[in-house]
Each structure stands twice: as C-alpha cells, then as structure tokens.
Design a protein around this ligand. Structure first.
Ligand code: NAP
Length: 259
C-alpha cells in the first residue's frame, strides 16, 4: 500500500511548531493553521504561546499551547504524547526553536557552546525522534528543520553555524531513513529575518535597529531584509502534499544565493 493521508482531527492534519511563541515559529504556526492544520504551538513557556494561539483561534483555526524545552528528552516525550492525545497524531513537525550565544572562539564558553548545540541539534533530534513514530504509523509525514545561512560560516557564531550546518546533515540523513515511510524531511535556511533574535543582535553590537536593517538590506541582492512570512511560506510548501517528491533539500530563503 502506498502512502496515505494520516494524522487528522476531522479534516485537520496535526502540526507541531517549536519555538512558536514569536518570530518565525509564530508565523509558521499561523500559516499552517490557515492552510487547515491543527497546530501545537510549542515553546519554553506555555503563557508565551497565548498570542499565537489566540491569533489562530480568532481566525477560526485550531491551536493549543504546549510548554517544553526541546533539549529535554522527557519534556519532549511528554509534549508529543500530549499533542497526540489532544489534537491527534502529529504528522508535521517544524524544528524552529533557537537561541544564539555569539562570541569569538577565544571568548566562547562551554555553556555558550552546549546551549546552542543543545537547543538546535539535540532539540531537533529529540523532537524528530518522538514525532516520527506517529508519522511512520500514519504512513505520511513532513519534518522541516530551520537551518540558517550561518551554516556557511559567520564570524562570532562558531556554535550556531556548527549547529545549523549539523541540522543540514540531520535533514539529509532523516530524509533517507524516513522516506520509505512516506515522510519527507527538508530544511529551510533563512538569511536576515526581522525578529527578536536579530533585534537582540543589533542591541548587542550597539547599532540602532533601523541602521542595522539598512546595512543588512544593502548587502542582500533583493535589497530588503526578510520577514517571518517569507520563511513561513516555504515551510508551508514543504509541509504540503505538493512537496511530496522534495526530500533532503536545503532551501535558502535569503533574498539571494545566500544571506
Ligand atoms: P526568536 O524570535 O528568538 O524565537 C525563537 C523562539 O524559540 C523563542 O520563542 C524562544 O523562546 C524559543 N526557544 C528557545 N529555546 C527553546 C527551547 N529550548 N525549547 C523551546 N523553545 C525554545 O527567533 P527567530 O528569529 O524567530 O528564529 C527562529 C528560528 O529561525 C531559529 O532556529 C533561528 O536560529 C532561525 N533563524 C533565524 C534567522 C533570523 O534572522 N531571525 C535567520 C536564520 C535562522 P525564548 O524567547 O523564551 O528563548
């Protein structure tokens, strides 16, 4: 029997988006909800997810807030089980949760390194491992990992660029392992996207936000910085039925070949 449609509550397919309280994750959650998914809005703190959930529900969508640290194996298992019980088996997973702890190598602490590798790589590994059980059982699934142009190397981001490059390797291997079960795995690698993460970086380097954005835009071929919706659109495509023959790919969403 070939792949079949699975993981539905009524007509809804169930999606989990990590780090969905704000930024790219929140927009991906809203977009997937608009396209008919029931969405588990997962972040460290359940209350921080309230706005994203309310946005979705106000527009007639279905969403629930779930608290979990994606780097904590027990919390991840509990969260994915809860989603399966409350919404139905999750068949779409967007591994978006992220942090930065930028420093030049000689100043980077072990905590900086472990925190960033832990959230991005261990987090994506744990979430994917927990969710794939539901996807393979359904015979249909989509995992989208949020990488970054930093995977190609960026000064001051040894930890983050290693994690984002590592996610690309994870993506390709999971695509090979899970493809036979109807599950595709792809990555989106954004360039500069205007979110709290980039605002915090501007603050840290002491450049006013507008100047920071202008300088970034000048170096991007399409001459603007990205918005969360630019990334969410590609996530939604990769999560769709239409993307069923796209697997193990990294799509740069950076206004040019790279950021
Ligand atoms: P953001 O606004 O900082 O949002 C990230 C979210 O992830 C926050 O709500 C954060 O919660 C949550 N989070 C952090 N650690 C977590 C954990 N252990 N478990 C669960 N949730 C956790 O960042 P963003 O710009 O939207 O970035 C989203 C993703 O895109 C990240 O993976 C980032 O690396 C990637 N990305 C961003 C850009 C960009 O230019 N913005 C470019 C390329 C890639 P707290 O706020 O409580 O920490």
């Amino acid at each position: 029997m070939g792949p079949r449609r699975g993981g539905t509550v009524g007509r809804h397919r169930v999606a989990i988006v990590t780090g969905a309280a704000q930024g790219i994750g929140a927009e991906a959650a809203r977009r997937l909800a608009r396209e008919g998914h029931a969405v588990a809005v997962l972040d460290l703190d359940e209350h921080s997810c309230a706005d994203t959930v309310a946005d979705i529900v106000d527009k007639g969508g279905m969403a629930t807030a779930v608290a979990a640290d994606v780097a904590d194996a027990e919390a991840v298992e509990r969260a994915v089980t809860r989603v399966a019980d409350e919404l139905g088996p999750p068949v779409v997973l967007v591994n978006n949760a992220g942090v930065t702890r930028d420093a030049l190598l000689h100043k980077m602490t072990e905590v900086d390194w472990d925190t960033v590798i832990g959230v991005h790589m261990r987090g994506a590994f744990l979430m994917s491992r927990a969710a794939q059980a539901h996807m393979t059982r359904a015979g249909w699934g989509r995992i989208v990992n949020i990488s970054s142009v930093s995977a190609l190397g960026l000064r001051g981001q040894a930890n983050y660029s290693a994690a984002k490059a590592g996610l690309q390797g994870l993506t390709k291997t999971l695509a090979i392992e899970l493809g036979p079960f109807g599950v595709t795995v792809n990555a989106v690698a954004p360039g500069f996207i205007a979110t709290e993460m980039t605002r915090r970086t501007a603050e840290r380097v002491g450049v006013p936000w507008e100047d920071y954005v202008d300088r970034a835009a000048a170096a991007i071929p399409v001459r603007r910085v990205g918005e969360p919706a630019d990334v969410a659109a590609v996530v939604a495509f990769l999560a769709s039925e239409d993307a069923g023959f796209v697997a193990g790919q990294v799509i740069y969403v950076a206004g040019g070949p790279k950021g």
